[in-house]
Design a protein around this ligand. Structure first.
Ligand code: KG4
Ligand code: ZN
Length: 346
């Protein structure tokens, strides 16, 4: 089974990992959050510059922690899409250069395929088919995982991604960035039934609602209105109750759709991936609903929920073991559907 050095720079973490198949040999994550939080969100130009400053050191540390030298590496991989173009370019160029100078195969990896593979790091015997609920800062999807590189999207968000909703609600509650972990922590002290908020259903032209699609922009607006109403009445905002009610609504909406989708498509396992997979309410709701319906639900360990290079390395190792490699002419893409993953390989 191949050993891959992988780089992930799609957003605000400079990450390098060395993975042998599903085993993580080293996992370096240099987060830029402390810089971006001063601006209330990720500033793309700043992200690219910081990746550039950090990447060489992160690669050296990755090799040192794994106690490996280049002779023991079988391939070099980097996230090539989707993400911030300038940020992706830093990781991709570094990986291509390292592959070239060490005469190793190079692989570009789809970031969301990486988030799916995060589950293999924790559940090493997992095999497709299964349903993957991907919930990150930029994406919210239900994906039928058929095999390595073979994905069908069964549901997605019509507007805000789940993580984006957490970040926006945290901003309007003046809690800081990134919003997900802050709301999650604050919600522990709040009453999740304090406020009834709309779950955000997606209407179908023929009537009724889409069973698997989500819409979080209405929920975000409802929180904004609630805050404005309380402010107009000069009432103190019960931030923990608002956070808990919001988080509970998101968790309920995602759980309902994932369970219905798994049952409808006869898939007995649901995996969760992306930063919001760390959310405690989502974990509780899904575990309990899965038990009721006799389904298996799997979450990556917390460090593999948010962006990391171990998941990218695990994904690349699987592709490499099937003989898939990428051209050194491969470019970066800010958006790329998961159904097009195999276009990255030859
Ligand atoms: O997967 P990720 O690290 O980056 C993207 O690919 O987008 O996800 C980041 C997102 C952010 O929106 C962050 O607020 C959210 O994941 N997040 C959480 C939690 N931890 C991170 N959302 C809810 N609860 C959490 N505990
Ligand atoms: Zn991500």
């Amino acid at each position: 089974m191949p050993t891959v050095l992988a780089i992930e720079t799609s957003c605000d973490e400079t990450a390098v990992a060395i993975v042998n198949n599903r085993e993580v040999l080293s996992n370096i994550v240099a987060s830029q959050i402390s810089v971006h939080k001063n601006y209330g969100g990720v500033v793309p130009e700043v992200a690219s510059r910081l990746h550039l400053e950090t990447i060489n050191e992160a690669v050296a540390l990755g090799l040192e922690k794994a106690q490996l030298d280049w002779g023991e590496i079988d391939g070099v991989a980097a996230t090539c899409a989707p993400g911030l173009v300038g940020a992706l370019l830093v990781g991709l160029t570094a990986a291509k250069t390292l592959a070239m100078v060490n005469s190793l195969p190079f692989l570009g990896v789809h970031h969301l395929e990486g988030h799916i593979y995060a589950n293999y790091l924790t559940e090493t015997t997992l095999q497709p088919p299964f349903l993957s609920l991907l919930v990150s800062g930029g994406h919210t999807s239900l994906i039928h995982v058929k095999d390595c590189g073979m994905y069908e999207s069964l549901g997605s968000t019509r507007d805000d991604a789940a993580g984006e909703a957490f970040d926006k609600v945290a901003r309007l509650l003046k809690l800081g960035y990134p919003g997900g972990p802050i709301i999650d922590q604050l919600a522990q002290k709040g009453d999740s039934s304090a406020f009834k908020l709309p779950e955000g259903r997606v209407s179908l032209p023929e009537g009724g609602y889409h069973p698997y699609d989500t819409s979080f922009s209405g929920l975000k607006t409802a929180v904004l209105r609630l805050v404005q109403q309380l402010e107009q009445k000069n009432l103190e905002i019960p931030v923990a109750d608002v956070a808990a009610s919001f988080q509970n609504t998101v968790a309920r909406a995602l759980t309902k759709r994932a369970i219905n989708c798994a049952l409808d498509f006869g898939l007995d396992t649901i995996t969760v991936g992306g930063g919001v997979a760390a959310n405690s309410a989502l974990r509780e709701h899904l575990v309990s609903a899965a038990q009721t319906h006799n389904l298996r639900v799997l979450f990556p360990s917390l460090k593999f929920c948010t962006d990391n290079a171990a998941m990218i390395g695990c994904c690349a190792a699987d592709h490499l073991s099937r003989g898939h490699t990428s051209s050194l002419n491969l470019g970066v893409e800010s958006r790329l559907s998961l159904s097009r993953v195999m276009e990255l390989y030859r």
